[in-house]
Design a protein around this ligand. Structure first.
Ligand code: ZN
Length: 284
């Protein structure tokens, strides 16, 4: 079952967060119609938003949004997650005709929005790799020393000709070296952890038990009894409704440059489709 777990090391210096988001990504893939190359970026962004939310937000109304403005084959990418673990995301060209699964988003900027006690925005130059860009943001904008791995495992299912590509696994983790007396010490710990995580390699190589997030925490910490301090169910959720669609349409008539959550249906006039969940709204 999709969830996020957080644990802390015995010396209280390192925090480990693990996420399983297989159903969340399945739902998002179905609703956006994303093909594998785009789905890898969208899936990583969804997990990244959840992980970032888990370390940076404390407010009950908090929401975190991460947006790549890039010049690449997939177009811009956006994902958001709230304090209840609910997430949604969208990518401009979900069916970009890209063959190579390792194609990046292209370079540009990554913006991070935090709706918490007001509205905080951070911005860094991005190279188009979700994981690397988020780590750069955490280090540069928030002075947090973290390591992260996001694995979107896609598989081909011949039994389902309509949607032959499926998400088999979506797993990720984030390790944070908690603030020390000195930034130097936190950085030294982070370097130690980078080395250790290099040794462990990608999650795709790990032997995980049935409860995958628990397995990730044990593997990361090397401690069978690692102390769990937080648990959250995660899942897909879109909060679009007809009112929003109506406002988006009015806005689009007046200002075609404004970004909204909806795109115009190609077949029917005055019909808007939510680009996160695919729901259509026919506005009279
Ligand atoms: Zn929607």
């Amino acid at each position: 079952m999709d969830c996020l777990r957080k644990a802390i090391s015995a010396d209280r210096e390192i925090e480990f967060i693990a996420i399983e988001a297989t159903d969340l990504l399945r739902e998002s893939m179905l609703r956006t119609g994303a093909w594998p190359p785009a789905m890898i970026h969208l899936g990583q962004a969804l997990m990244g938003a959840e992980l970032l939310g888990a370390i940076t937000t404390k407010e009950q109304t908090a929401k975190i949004g991460i947006q790549w403005n890039v010049r690449g084959p997939f177009g811009n990418l956006y994902a958001e997650a709230d304090h209840m673990g609910r997430a949604r995301g969208t990518i401009v060209h979900p069916q970009a005709p890209v063959q190579n699964l390792n194609s990046t988003l292209g370079s540009g900027v990554l913006k991070v929005f935090r709706k918490e006690k007001g509205f905080v925005t951070g911005i860094v130059n991005s190279k188009g790799d979700v994981c690397a860009d988020l780590l750069k943001y955490l280090k540069q904008s928030e002075q947090r020393f973290c390591a992260m791995n996001l694995w979107v495992d896609l598989t081909w299912n011949d039994d389902n000709p309509e949607n032959p590509v499926e998400v088999r696994n979506a797993l990720g983790y984030l390790v944070e070296s908690l603030p020390s007396e000195s930034i130097g010490r936190a950085e030294a710990k982070a370097v130690f952890w980078e080395g250790r995580l290099d040794e462990l390699g990608s999650i795709s190589k790990w032997q995980l038990e049935d409860d995958k997030t628990k397995g990730i925490l044990k593997t990361l910490s090397g401690d069978e009894n690692v102390r769990e301090i937080f648990y959250l169910n995660v899942g897909f959720h879109c909060d679009c409704d007809e009112d929003r669609a109506r406002r988006a349409l009015a806005l689009a008539r007046n200002d075609t440059t404004k970004k909204s959550d909806f795109v115009k249906s190609e077949s029917q006039a005055e019909t808007l489709r939510c680009e996160y969940c695919g729901k259509e709204y026919c506005i009279e």
